[in-house]
Design a protein around this ligand. Structure first.
Ligand SMILES: [Zn+2]
Length: 197
């Protein structure tokens, strides 16, 4: 737990990312390791990181990770990292250069099935560990869900919003974990059918 580096935990919703973040960071409260866990102030669902097992982690809500630069901490945790910005990932780079360990968890793919820009920026920092978690598909119950299906009035949303749009968790939309077969994504990419003809 002392190595100075970047650990990234990615996956769709309901894939146990928070459980992994909690299991990595909650022991620190019993140590002298100075640590802080950040959540985006845009995240409105709960107070702190609460995994589905009920374990919890005290968190600080912030609109920008730049707040972490003013803190004397050894470890920075970031929950729902996709809710932050590419500029925030530049802050992560500075933290790593300073010798701060960073552990970040979040959803990797947006409503289009494409990688969130801040998540891509995070991976470009060369993490020591990247864990890709899967969830149980809410449709076929296979343990192969990689997408977070956005539902609008209970139906798959196929409107194409700008890439990396972080959708609110305030009840406007509902979300399901879905596998590649069951996900209904906006048609942003045309699959060539004659590619090998
Ligand atoms: Zn499925």
């Amino acid at each position: 737990m002392c190595a100075v580096d970047l650990t990234v935990i990615l996956g769709p919703m309901k894939s146990g990312k928070s459980l992994e973040l909690v299991s990595l960071l909650s022991p620190l409260q019993y140590t002298n390791v100075r640590h802080r866990v950040y959540q985006s102030a845009r995240h409105v669902r709960d107070i702190g990181v609460v995994s589905r097992s009920g374990a919890a982690l005290a968190t600080v809500k912030t609109t920008s990770l730049a707040a972490a630069l003013d803190e004397e901490v050894d470890v920075v945790g970031i929950d729902e990292v996709h809710m932050f910005t590419v500029e925030d990932m530049a802050v992560v780079r500075v933290l790593l250069q300073r010798g701060t360990r960073v552990v970040a968890a979040g959803i990797d793919l947006d409503h289009r099935g494409e990688m969130f820009a801040p998540v891509r920026a995070l991976l470009e920092l060369g993490p020591a560990t990247v864990t890709y978690r899967r969830a149980v598909c809410d449709i076929c119950r296979d343990f192969t869900a990689v997408y977070t299906q956005v539902l609008e009035h209970g139906e798959p949303m196929v409107r194409v919003l700008p890439p990396s749009t972080a959708l609110p968790d305030d009840g406007t939309y509902t979300y399901e974990a879905r596998c590649r077969d069951c996900a209904v994504l906006p048609a942003t990419v045309t699959v060539p059918t004659q590619a090998f003809a």
